[in-house]
Design a protein around this ligand. Structure first.
Ligand code: NAD
Length: 250
């Protein structure tokens, strides 16, 4: 089956930006989706938007850095839609400061959400998929900044580099259970985070100067890659990191 009809997907950080676009792409492919996020208000409007498109969805308030909350959100998914086939570990934050000024709090916050959150989401989802016995697909959202470095986001660089190798270790561990694990590494994608940065014209020029396709990506251009990894179109692919970045890593 190349579509996702009959599949159930769980997406963290799904209330806006790339996470919401993942929910749209998977939902348009036929999946029923649960979006999980810390922002209850954004979840409500996202659920309305997805519902208006005819996508069957539900939402759960969940902080991905807290195991109990991740377990509760995955349980909610299974109670609501009967099972879990796809998990997208997308929630992520940025706390920028030059390396010499980076505080312990900025370091801890980014590692907690971007790396521990991916670990918790993946482990809780994989345990559920293993118990079901019919495999599954986990997609982690990394970044070009997991490989490239920027001096003002050392915490983010470290978290996304961690996500890349965590993806490979998870893929090896889960392959015998037919659970595939891949990552998508976006370049500059036009979400609220980037909108704030590029409010300044010079900053936008800098983004474009390092993007061969000379434009920022649309969140749905990440959602569609996630859909590929979620579906049987990628049935023999696991442990891979695919950069959707307008040519930046070329
Ligand atoms: P965004 O800020 O638009 O959305 C992130 C969502 O995650 C928000 O809804 C937020 O409430 C939620 N979130 C934050 N902390 C959370 C937590 N502890 N638990 C659950 N949800 C939480 O950001 P985005 O640009 O859509 O980024 C999504 C992912 O894509 C992140 O992992 C980010 O690092 C990655 N990424 C983004 C870009 C880009 O250019 N936008 C580039 C590369 C990678």
């Amino acid at each position: 089956m190349s579509g996702l009809v009959g599949r159930v997907a769980f997406i963290t950080g799904g209330a806006k930006g790339i996470g919401l676009a993942c929910a749209q792409a998977l939902g348009r492919g036929g999946a029923r989706v649960v979006i999980a996020d810390v922002s209850a208000d954004d979840l409500k409007s996202a659920e309305r938007d997805l519902g208006a498109e005819g996508i069957e969805c539900a939402s759960a308030v969940c902080d991905v850095g807290d195991r109990t909350q991740v377990e509760a959100a995955v349980d909610f998914t299974v109670k609501t839609f009967g099972k879990l086939d796809v998990a997208v570990a997308n929630a992520g934050i940025v706390r920028a400061a030059d390396f010499l000024d980076l505080t312990d709090a900025d370091w801890d916050a980014v590692i907690r959400v971007n790396l521990t959150g991916v670990f918790l989401t993946g482990q809780v989802a994989a345990r559920q998929m293993k118990a079901q016995g019919h495999g599954g697909s986990i997609v982690n959202i990394s970044s070009v900044n997991g490989v490239m470095a920027i001096p003002t986001i050392a915490n983010y660089n470290a978290s996304k580099g961690g996500v890349n190798n965590l993806t490979r270790a998870m893929a090896l561990s889960l392959a015998p259970h037919a659970i595939r694990v891949n990552a998508v590494g976006p370049g500059s994608i036009m979400t609220d985070v980037l909108r704030q940065v590029v409010a300044d014209k010079a900053a936008m020029a800098k983004v474009l100067s390092r993007t061969p396709m000379l434009r920022a990506g649309d969140p749905i251009e990440i959602g569609n890659v996630v859909k590929f990894f979620a579906s049987d179109d990628s049935s023999y692919i696991t442990g891979q990191i695919l950069y959707a970045d307008g040519g930046r890593m070329a």
